[in-house]
Write a protein that binds this ligand. Structure first.
Ligand code: MG
Length: 162
């Protein structure tokens, strides 16, 4: 078994859609980034690559590459899952904490878990029970607490198939 940790943060920007965990969340701003800026998925990708010792998201999907401009991060996660599986690892469990003052994430968490289960555990029953997504505020501290953006921490557990 291996544990991997991933972290990501993005600033809010006017005029963009807010995409978190592959789900569009109604909000007045979105996250700024080269891809769709889905910080939740980016943190999960880094936790998977971390557990498998496969480098980091930037080495697989560089933000200097036009190929990833406006990229759907769900597709990046699909690709990361394939790489992790190709290195003979199975994904056992993923736990995520999303930190932002607004929007309130609680109503969107079931949809996010379902979407992530489709990508992380395709065709497997009970995938949703192997993904945890938790939301919290930063108690108004620092930039995130002032509403400047979103931070995400993710942990993944992988099992070796070798
Ligand atoms: Mg990112």
């Amino acid at each position: 078994m291996r544990v991997g940790f991933g972290y990501d943060s993005h600033r809010f920007e006017e005029g963009r859609k807010l995409i978190l965990g592959g789900v569009e969340i109604p909000y007045e701003k979105g996250l700024k980034g080269h891809s769709d800026a889905d910080a939740l998925i980016h943190a999960i990708i880094d936790s998977l690559f971390g557990a498998a010792a496969l480098g980091d998201i930037g080495s697989h999907f560089p933000d200097t590459d036009e190929k990833w401009h406006g990229a759907d991060s769900a597709k990046l996660l699909e690709s990361a899952v394939c790489e992790v599986r190709g290195a003979f690892w199975s994904i056992v469990y993923v736990d995520v904490t999303v930190i932002c003052e607004r929007p309130k994430l609680l109503p969107h968490i079931p949809a996010i878990r379902e979407r992530l289960a489709e990508i992380l555990f395709p065709g497997e029953a009970g995938g949703v029970s192997r993904i945890s997504v938790k939301g919290k505020t930063n108690e108004k501290m620092d930039d995130v607490g002032a509403g400047a953006g979103i931070e995400v921490h993710a942990v993944s557990l992988l099992k070796s198939n070798k």
